[in-house]
Design a protein around this ligand. Sequence first.
Ligand SMILES: *[C@@H]1O[C@H](CO)[C@@H](O)[C@H](O)[C@H]1NC(C)=O
Ligand SMILES: *[C@@H]1O[C@H](CO)[C@@H](O)[C@H](O)[C@H]1NC(C)=O
Ligand SMILES: *[C@@H]1O[C@H](CO)[C@@H](O)[C@H](O)[C@H]1NC(C)=O
Ligand SMILES: *[C@@H]1O[C@H](CO)[C@@H](O)[C@H](O)[C@H]1NC(C)=O
Ligand SMILES: *[C@@H]1O[C@H](CO)[C@@H](O)[C@H](O)[C@H]1NC(C)=O
Ligand SMILES: *[C@@H]1O[C@H](CO)[C@@H](O)[C@H](O)[C@H]1NC(C)=O
Length: 605
Amino acid sequence: MGTYSDIKYGDGDDELLPQPAALRAKPPPWNRKLHVLAGFVVGILTCLSVLHFYHSSSTCNIVQVLSPTGSVELYASPWAGSSEVHHFPPPSPTNANPKLFPTDVGFAGHTATGAEPALVVTAPSYPIHTGAPGLVAPSFDDDDDGDDDDDDDFDLFRHWGNLSPWYTIERGTFGVDAKPDEPDTCSITGVHLLHRHGARYPTSFANYGGPANIAGRLHENAAEWTAEGELKFLNTWTYKLGEELLTPFGRQQMYDLGVSTRLKYGFLLRNFSEKNTIPVFRTESQDRMLASAINFALGFFGHSLEGQYQQSITIEEIGFNNTLASYMTCPNFFFPDKGGRATWYVERWADIYLADALDRLALQLHGYDLTTEDLYAMQEMCAYETVAIGYSAFCGLFTEEEWRGFNYALDLFFWYTAAWGSPLARVLGIGYVQELVARLTHEPIATHNSSTNATLADNPTTFPLHDALYVDATHEVIVLNVLTALNLTNFAATGPLPYDHIPRDRAFKSAQLAPFGTNVHFQLLSCGDRTGTQIRVIVNDGVVPLTSVRGCPEDEDGLCPVETFVDAMRELIQTTDWQWGCWGDWSVPGGDGWNTTDGYPPAPV
Ligand SMILES: *[C@@H]1O[C@H](CO)[C@@H](O)[C@H](O)[C@H]1NC(C)=O
Ligand SMILES: *[C@@H]1O[C@H](CO)[C@@H](O)[C@H](O)[C@H]1NC(C)=O
Ligand SMILES: *[C@@H]1O[C@H](CO)[C@@H](O)[C@H](O)[C@H]1NC(C)=O
Ligand SMILES: *[C@@H]1O[C@H](CO)[C@@H](O)[C@H](O)[C@H]1NC(C)=O
Ligand SMILES: *[C@@H]1O[C@H](CO)[C@@H](O)[C@H](O)[C@H]1NC(C)=O
Ligand SMILES: *[C@@H]1O[C@H](CO)[C@@H](O)[C@H](O)[C@H]1NC(C)=O
């Protein structure tokens, strides 16, 4: 269930934790807490010198070494022998001869361009994104037992929480019965797009479950067990997943998102032509983040990208101010007693919703003691294998109800780790809100007192403030942090999520808010029947109510005057104390002994 990227240490040094200047500056309470943390990281350090967020047990990564012949050997990993890795491209292909394959040979034929598409303006309806072209899922029989769960069109791909491929949210779902395209009396004048990367391999670490962990356990004990019945495929199954990287399907998601953004909002490029400028899109240095951004750009601009836009690649690493990876400068984020309650909830819920599955599947695996955590990891395996290699035999092992349970487990995890139920969500999202306000008001950020980066944000070339289109790529946790910091509390209206049942009316669903490719449009509109520029927030094609933002009216299209919106955001910025959240010496009781529904830590006493 690892969701945050890991943190790397320097090689073989004697410092236990990374000590970039930004973190060294402030000795207590960080130093004091260090010792608490130290105990539980030691196991990991002896393995690979990698500290993972919230980690409580050690897992070594696979070590890949290129032999002189170029073939791949695998060393010393608990699951090494059972895993398959293929390295492409070969390091020095014998037929590579760039001279014989020039990239520009002339003779391009006619190259007259046409008008920019403006689908949100010109089409009678809005395109539906169904989510998972090219992936195969097993079919599910309708459980048809007469309860609320009956669902003739059960769609497995929408029951994987943050591992779901993004899909169009049905009109009205979030509480505004409006379409995401241009309302009759309005014209769209600008869009700020914040989106997540496409589908990826599992993160390199998991605090509960984890596909690599179950693969390792199965392999370690391979001589002792045999599987039959539904689990028979395990006898010959191998682990085929890498770590962290964008998958081919993830690449398609980003390309498609780029194409659909051009189709909907291509007309906004006129703004740049008129000013004689090109757009600046932002992403982070992490491999999948950069790959996501480039694939988005290829979809949006088409080949060749050269001269069409500028890609800002911000550094995602400890100590670097970066609103799109804000946890990297927030020490409190790394302490389990600050934000680590999520796993506590997930474990308890898994014991409930997977109880029947454990009874059922344990009978088909002889010589291995199947646990609830193994089953949870198998559900994750289904999602990960499907988005990486197109199909997974694990998917068919579970019932619709167990998939609903898995989906809810991820709701629990993200609610308590990155959204309204996490004490750090708001501080981690506020940097992006400051940037949004700067862009909306065309005024630079006044004070850099959160995760914002003055070097980049104070320079109008790297952080323009007068554009009609902005595109930022980030992680699902940041998207949730931002929605929390924006005070969109309608998603929190149904209260903290319990671990003993699924509240049917819950407003917070990770598959809807934080799937692979999740995308948030901040639309700016000028309307004949409303005064002043308007803004609205659209998440995965679903219009979000802004009624919780102070001063915003009940509006049938979900609109709020930008001026009102900005006033509320300024108030939120003023009252969101990064210093206290990220450096303050607060803690919260473990388990369900404490709750927040506005994503903020307890106040100083
Ligand atoms: C701001 O970003 C730049 C460019 O990525 C980086 O070199 C610099 O270290 C960052 N500043 C801080 C304080 O993190
Ligand atoms: C980085 O963030 C810290 C904490 O908010 C701030 O004090 C510092 O000025 C920032 N540095 C830059 C270059 O933005
Ligand atoms: C481009 O869009 C920005 C943001 O909406 C606006 O401030 C600016 O006036 C526009 N420029 C032109 C030339 O249309
Ligand atoms: C926090 O919320 C959970 C879920 O609703 C609930 O079970 C628990 O009792 C709450 N804790 C407190 C201290 O209110
Ligand atoms: C934030 O939301 C709460 C409702 O949940 C509301 O009472 C408060 O006024 C809002 N604050 C701002 C600044 O929008
Ligand atoms: C951060 O700076 C802004 C001014 O840009 C100010 O309104 C806010 O109170 C500051 N926040 C904190 C926690 O110091």
